[in-house]
Design a protein around this ligand. Sequence first.
Ligand code: FMN
Length: 164
Amino acid sequence: MACGKCSKTLDEKCSIISDPVNNVIQKMKFADGIILGSPVHYSAIGGTMKSFLDRVFLVTGVNKSMLAHKVGASVVAVRRSGGLPTFDQLNNYLNYSQMILPTSNYWNVIHGASPGEVLEDEEGIQILRVLGKNMAWLLKIIDFGKEKNPKPLIERKVYTNFIR
Ligand SMILES: Cc1cc2nc3c(=O)[nH]c(=O)nc-3n(C[C@H](O)[C@H](O)[C@H](O)COP(=O)(O)O)c2cc1C
């Protein structure tokens, strides 16, 4: 809808209240780590997920960068191809939000069409297992060091276009 109301009210809420998006925003606010996952529809994020992410990341971005310095990762399930552009699209939200991204030994894409079929993708399973271990390790390191190393202050966002 792009009404921009969230940037005026600054109440951590999307003005559309007929679905659970605002509940999820509050869950994300109190999470240390967040994993975004999407199927691949026409080499891109599924439409519902795209709408969800646009709303969540606009609300959280304008409300003092609520997700900054949380750990975030993206995972994608795909039947055949289009996994990488979808992975890139998901990561755009994490990178935009000053989140900290753990990685794996390949891009976080796993193959399968019907439920459970991904378990046959042995390499994909390893990629996600390594990602999980690295993410858990990063979360522990951050938790361990947070007293002595406070988070950087959030800077006021500078908005320019290409000519001014
Ligand atoms: C609308 C639609 C578009 C799809 N586009 C792709 C595609 O571009 N590449 C692909 O490999 N699979 C594609 N698929 C298959 C899904 O990626 C695959 O079924 C997915 O792993 C399972 O997620 P889902 O059942 O939640 O959609 C598409 C499926 C749907 C329904």
